[in-house]
Design a protein around this ligand. Structure first.
Ligand code: CAA
Ligand code: NAI
Length: 259
């Protein structure tokens, strides 16, 4: 742990003391909760999101707490936009220690009805976006000799899910990229891992028909959907020095739905 504070006589470590973390999709849902957890652990946070209004609201809340944070509008599916976001992060904080590739979208539809537009939009954001963001930070991390890349897969990418041909393809692709980069970059001091959430209570699952959610909850041994904080804590572990010997893994945070 990088620093130790005393709280009621108990020693508490700040697990991300002075670390700079880019969180894509940091304006809402899981990314938003991650930003709050990361600043509590001493990180400086770059909220990188498409949604300017929500991003600025989160930024205001973070800075009101005295946190070091910036909001940078980005479309992760556009390579130039991503390069600009990373340049701003480096100009502001001088380094990047952690990249959380969390931005993601759904455009669900049964295979019989899925349109080429639904297919391509999800590929562009969930798959190409992860590639663009990682490539944009990686030269810096290699020079630094240390870094943490955390990708966001999904239960859908690992096991499949009705109505999610496009989304499942991207989230399976994220697993493949994670393992490839873990092999390529381990020797450079960079750990690359993925989190595969189950169904988590955010705007994304709010669009799912109620009967589908009810069926899912029946299958979960813990008998509830996950909360954004359940995923943020997994990101935190993989972003911190506590996971320095964890590389190329897919951490399933899904209440045990598939056991
Ligand atoms: N399990 C079992 N049956 C299902 C089902 C499911 N999960 N989803 C749909 N079906 C069945 C329906 O009951 C229906 O059956 P019948 O033909 O016998 O009536 C049939 O499949 C067709 O379904 P719809 O009538 O709903 O078809 P639609 O074309 O109107 O809508 C859909 C299709 C958009 C895919 C809609 O079913 C849907 O939104 N499903 C939920 C998809 C889903 O789970 N998305 C997860 C989003 S959250 C997320 O992505 C986060 C993450 O990583 C997990
Ligand atoms: P959310 O919809 O609440 O938040 C996603 C964020 O990504 C939003 O702030 C949105 O503006 C941003 N975003 C979307 N497209 C973008 C783009 N092109 N450029 C920049 N930002 C963009 O969703 P949630 O649930 O917080 O999802 C976060 C991640 O977790 C996603 O990758 C999602 O696929 C994944 N996930 C979510 C699950 C769930 O049940 N909610 C389950 C498994 C995985």
């Amino acid at each position: 742990m990088s620093t130790i504070e005393k709280e009621d006589g108990i020693q508490i470590g700040k697990r991300l003391h002075n670390k700079v973390a880019i969180i894509t999709g940091g304006a809402n849902g899981i990314g938003r909760e991650t930003a709050f957890q990361f600043v509590r652990e001493g990180a400086k946070v770059v909220l990188a999101d498409f949604d300017q209004a929500a991003g600025e609201e989160v930024l205001n809340q973070l800075t009101a707490q005295g946190a070091a944070a910036i909001f940078q509008k980005v479309d992760v599916s556009k390579v130039e936009s991503v390069k600009q976001m990373v340049e701003t992060a480096l100009n502001t904080y001088g380094k990047i220690d952690i990249l959380i590739n969390n931005a993601g979208i759904t455009r669900d539809g049964m295979l019989t009805k899925l349109t080429p537009e639904q297919w391509q939009t999800v590929i562009d954001v969930n798959l190409s976006g992860v590639f663009y963001c990682t490539q944009a930070v990686i030269t810096h991390m290699i020079e630094q000799g240390k870094g943490k890349i955390i990708n966001t897969s999904s239960i859908s990418g690992v096991y499949g899910n009705i109505g999610q041909t496009n989304y499942a393809a991207t989230k399976a692709g994220v697993v493949g990229m994670t393992k490839t980069w873990a092999k390529e970059l381990g020797r450079k001091g960079i750990c690359v891992n993925a989190v595969a959430p189950g169904f988590i209570e955010t705007g994304m699952t709010a669009k799912v028909p109620e009967k589908v959610i009810e069926k899912m909850i029946e299958k979960i041994p813990l008998q509830r959907l996950g909360k954004p904080s359940d995923i943020a804590k997994a990101y935190l572990f993989l972003a911190s020095d506590d996971s320095d010997y964890v590389n190329g893994t897919v951490l399933h945070v899904d209440g045990g739905i598939m056991i």
